[in-house]
Design a protein around this ligand. Structure first.
Ligand code: GLU
Length: 417
């Protein structure tokens, strides 16, 4: 991640860009550009050798006008207060653009989880859950997985919360394992929405996803699932990468086999007879569709001048700097914005929460059908705003739809000091 672009400033710029096309009071826009509150805390936990360590953590509750705060918790050494603020804001507009009844939040711990044992990570996670307990709840703030967290961490947080509250409240967190109240389809949901969003975009452009060449940067959950589901839709994934570098096979990769290789060896490198390439080479490869699925600021303005893809579908949150956005718009590259493209994760989190509240388990088929409906209908809404208001790009269109919904909810609530 480039250290130069502050993601919180990027978020605010995106809101400003969209607000210029909206008839919303500037005072309300100011509210919508800033978090309601941010918890900054220091977690002390015991290492396996009996010594103590103290690590910084955050939870930002950006906006609750449309419902409980909602968003993941990431474990990464680059986590910062401004990053968490930005990510929590993106959650607000993500939930609004797909019209699920949530506000936005995000949390993070400044940690490289590979430096710790499973027992140490459990103690760290439970320490965070203890700090979060007064802030979270099924109707208050509902965390979920994000970078380097998954079912295991969600199960620990749920158990800590329920133990301290002396209750059962599976809907306090989403992204749980199936036997702990998780939903079918949740693990694949982020990648599924990115693949569907790409399919919808090519269709709208009068083209088809079938036969399109694809490069995917980042091969965690979002990137790997997007890759194999795009393959299922008839696209050809020719290159993928992770933090160790990338692999390229112009004849196409078996994305599921690459995922297995990464699970066994720790990285995508060394798979098959592929040519090795750097992340930068992958991002500028001559493909039809590029999927950044890693961290913020993967593509800056310089790199944007070299991008050769016709369409970029953002599986990651904030992978393009605002300057890169401008360069790519000038070069007529279509960007399927993060708040829409990766919204499947939180959408199926919402389905999980609904199932938890109803104590009723949906089939995987039902989850996937409902997700597809949300994605196709939301895409139609974004395109409608783009065409009706003659907007410059799909990102601005997505924000116009989302900001209008959040502003309406705020204004309809009336005055409260
Ligand atoms: N971390 C995911 C995101 O950035 C999912 C959040 C959720 O399910 O609440 O959208």
């Amino acid at each position: 991640m480039s250290g130069e672009t502050n993601p919180f400033e990027s978020l605010q710029e995106q809101i400003d860009d969209a607000s210029a096309h909206l008839d919303v009071d500037t005072d309300v826009i100011e509210r919508l550009k800033n978090p309601e509150r941010v918890l900054e805390t220091n977690l002390t936990f015991e290492l396996d050798d009996g010594s103590l360590e103290t690590i910084r953590a955050y939870r930002s509750q950006f906006n609750g006008d449309r419902g409980p705060y909602k968003g993941g918790i990431r474990y990464h050494p680059a986590v910062s207060r401004d990053e968490v603020k930005a990510l929590s804001g993106w959650m607000v507009y993500k939930c609004a653009v797909v019209d699920i009844p949530y506000g936005g939040g995000k949390g993070g711990i400044v940690v490289d989880p590979t430096d710790y044992s499973e027992e140490e990570l459990e103690r760290l996670t439970r320490a965070f859950a203890k700090e979060l307990r007064p802030l979270i709840g099924e109707d208050r703030d509902i965390p979920a997985p994000d970078v380097n967290t998954g079912q295991r961490e969600m199960n620990w947080i749920k158990d800590t919360y329920e133990t301290l509250e002396n209750t059962t409240a599976p809907g306090v967190i989403t992204g749980k394992a199936l036997d702990s109240g998780g939903s079918e389809g949740r693990v694949e949901a982020t990648g599924r929405s990115t693949a569907l969003a790409a399919r919808e975009t090519f269709d709208w452009l009068g083209d088809s996803i079938e036969g399109k060449t694809v490069a995917v940067q980042g091969y965690g959950n979002a990137g790997s699932v997007t890759a194999y589901l795009l393959g299922d839709l008839g696209a050809e994934v020719v290159a993928v990468s992770d933090s160790s570098g990338g692999i390229h096979d112009p004849h196409g990769l078996d994305a599921r086999a690459v995922k297995r290789h990464k699970a066994e060896t720790g990285s995508v490198s060394g798979y098959g007879d592929c040519e090795a390439l750097t992340n930068e080479e992958l991002l500028t490869l001559d493909v039809d569709l590029l999927v950044p699925a890693a961290l913020e600021n993967a593509i800056d303005a310089d790199l944007a001048t070299e991008v050769k893809a016709d369409v970029i579908a953002e599986a990651a949150n904030g992978p393009l700097t605002p300057d890169a956005d401008d360069v790519l718009a000038d070069r007529d590259v279509w960007i399927v914005p993060d708040i829409f493209a990766n919204s499947g994760g939180v959408t199926v989190s919402y389905f999980e929460w609904v199932q938890n509240r109803q104590r009723f388990h949906w089939t995987e088929e039902r989850v996937n059908e409902e997700l597809e409906r949300v994605i196709t209908e939301s895409f139609d809404g974004i395109v409608d705003a783009y065409e009706t208001h003659d907007l410059p790009n799909l990102r601005t269109a997505a924000y116009v739809v989302a900001i209008e919904r959040v502003a309406d909810a705020y204004e309809q609530a009336g005055n409260w000091p």
